[in-house]
Ligand binder design. Sequence first.
Ligand code: PLP
Length: 394
Amino acid sequence: MKKVYMDYAATTPVKKEVLDEMMPYYTTHFGNPSSIHSFGRETRKAVDQARDRIAKTLGTKSDEIFFTGGGTESDNWAIKGVAYALKNKGNHIITTKVEHHAVLHTCQHLEKEGFEVTYLEVDEYGLINLEDLKKAIKDETILITIMYANNEIGTVQPIKEIGKIAKDNKIIFHSDAVQAYGSFPINVDELGLDLVSISAHKIYGPKGIGALYARRGTKIFPMIHGGAQERRRRAGTENIAGIVGFGKAAELANENIEAHNKKIITLRDQLINTLMEKIPYSKLNGHPTKRLPGNANISFEFIEGEALLLSLDMVGIAGSSGSACTSGSLDPSHVLMAIGLSHEIAHGSLRLTVGDFTTTEEVDYVIEQLPKIVDRLRQMSPLYEGVKGGNNNV
Ligand SMILES: *Cc1c(COP(=O)(O)O)cnc(C)c1O
């Protein structure tokens, strides 16, 4: 059977060039970088090189990059790390209603510990309002954490403007840039970022490895205690092969962002435009232009998203009905709720994300299959009955 992967926002395959660089660090180059001998020095050097590579992509110094176990850990560390370090200064955190659960659930946890969190509303496109942000700031505000680009609907926030507001008010600014990294050039000084979360497996690197950029002088409490690794901030023997793979993937992802985006945007727009044209009662979610190059998120009325995903899976198409974490639960996505969709319409949404290995043929296949499936599911929907048949009985 044909298999078409359109879930690049959930994870990506490891590129061959990346895996090739990683392999020796599982076998011959296995030393512990904390060891004094040549085996240790060899892996120490590899970790240093990967750190340099990642620092370069963010326009930072290597000693401001800390390796973690992924985007989730980086988000947890940034938020709890600042909260605990600055709790004597203030207890107020500002975030948004559309963050990834790694940020939202961390904030909710801190609320139970006595911190106060403001969850900013977003407009119909998923954008925050900068005036709302300014109004939310108080003397007790110690952290602003706002994602760079949304993993479900692809909307890109005005990061530079947020950075300026944070700086004017001397508040630490963290951004979950897991989706944006590799899709947009990120220079932490230009954008006014103090803390940035990134993850390897969203950019064709391995799973289970990420990093936190922390501006020099940013007060952040260590969350994992033990050895002196990561300059005493994040203990534990390093995931050397993962780090090496992350370094290579980061370099590749940041090499030719513009040319690369052009290709992906073409595929995405072909998908969005044709599906919207072919399928009545459909609506694009997220901002029409301020969005991730690979993200298409469309709601189809009178459809159940889970049924749609299953039908797509039967013809080999892999998509998502929201974020991977919410699939399988019956609660509609918090992001789709925040942009004002009704429960019914939120339930009928589909996220298709394209990436480096997506082909025009694959897009054509989805364009051929999806309208047929939507139509078939609608024929079975009692809600659709009244709409299509001239409403004789209404
Ligand atoms: C995938 C993702 C995460 C979590 O990263 P992991 O490396 O899978 O833990 C966090 N935030 C966003 C926006 C993501 O897309």
